[in-house]
Design a protein around this ligand. Structure first.
Ligand code: DAK
Length: 257
């Protein structure tokens, strides 16, 4: 594994996946997500593992999908490569997943955290869907899951402006389970995992499945709609301009084309 570190028994019954591209703020490139997918599949089959924790580092959980990797792709490239299908494994995983988030959880990073079952945040965590600032829209469930988590008004504000919210605000809106000082966020995630790891793994799996079912049919339709619109933004000059401006470290100039 090049971009993640995996500890199968971080504590008895608890596996830890650490995203490990610190210089790029754990930007989620294709290979990293393939490594996450393969690891989740293995951990899901491993009977010694009861709960999985996914974390980044203090500065970033993940600052989004890798903009440099997708900046110049066409809508058809995006559709055909379908590299993002690897993300589907996160929601297919049967065991509970806790995201332990510090620093930036933006774009695909925020969506990744929301695909997990619970989020423990450090006081320094910042959540947001800033895709609009680079000429695109959330593509991994942000328009659906954020809206369900925080309500329509706040989701509109965050997605249409690209603003970030603090951990405290995220907690107020019900996006995260608990906020703790930065030196405690992983410890707190482990404490939560330990409590779940003692319980019947069968009951835990069935409970998770049932909770997810409460909104899954609607969610599937919403996700398909969102993904098509996300790919469609790659047919616009504004997406090229927005992403290239980020890569070239300048302000984008949008033309509405
Ligand atoms: N991609 C690539 N590189 C990134 C990156 C990203 N998302 N975020 C940061 N980096 C890189 C920076 O380019 C920089 O690299 P060097 O210049 O040193 O080579 C390094 O990380 C440090 O970043 P900064 O110098 O910018 O650090 P600052 O502290 O000044 O700013 C920041 C931190 C997080 C505010 C800033 O880096 C930033 O705005 N980052 C981009 C945030 C963003 O726009 N994220 C959304 C990306 S779009 C899908 C699945 C997923 C997605 C879509 C579809 N499907 C399943 C269909 C997801 C899309 C996205 O996430």
């Amino acid at each position: 594994m090049e971009f993640i570190k995996v500890t199968e028994q971080y504590q008895p019954g608890i596996a830890l996946i650490q995203l490990n591209r610190p210089k790029e703020l754990n930007a989620l490139n294709k290979q990293l997500m393939e490594e996450v997918r393969d690891t989740l599949q293995l951990l899901d089959k491993n009977e010694e593992v009861r709960v999985i924790i996914i974390t980044g580092d203090e500065r970033a959980f993940a600052a989004g999908a890798d903009i440099k990797q997708m900046a110049n792709k066409s809508a058809i490239d995006m559709l055909l490569i379908d590299q993002f299908s690897t993300w589907d494994q996160i929601r297919k995983t049967k065991k509970p997943i806790i995201a332990a988030v510090s620093g930036f959880a933006l774009g695909g990073g925020c969506e990744f955290a929301m695909m997990c079952d619970m989020i423990i945040a450090s006081e320094t965590a910042k959540f947001g869907q800033p895709e609009i600032k680079i000429g695109t829209i959330p593509g991994a469930g942000g328009t659906q899951r954020l809206t369900k988590a925080v309500g329509k008004a706040k989701a509109m504000e965050l997605i249409l402006t690209g603003r970030f919210i603090s951990a405290e605000e995220a907690h107020f809106y019900g996006l995260v389970n608990k906020v703790v000082p930065v030196e405690m966020y992983l410890h707190e995630a482990v404490e939560l995992a330990k409590e779940i790891a003692q319980l019947s793994p069968v009951a835990v799996q069935l409970a998770k499945e049932a909770i997810n079912r409460s909104f899954e049919t609607q969610l599937d339709e919403g996700l398909a709609f969102e993904r098509k619109n996300f790919y469609l933004t790659f047919a616009s000059a504004d997406q090229k301009e927005g992403m290239n401006a980020f890569v070239e470290k300048r302000k984008p100039s949008f033309t509405g084309r």
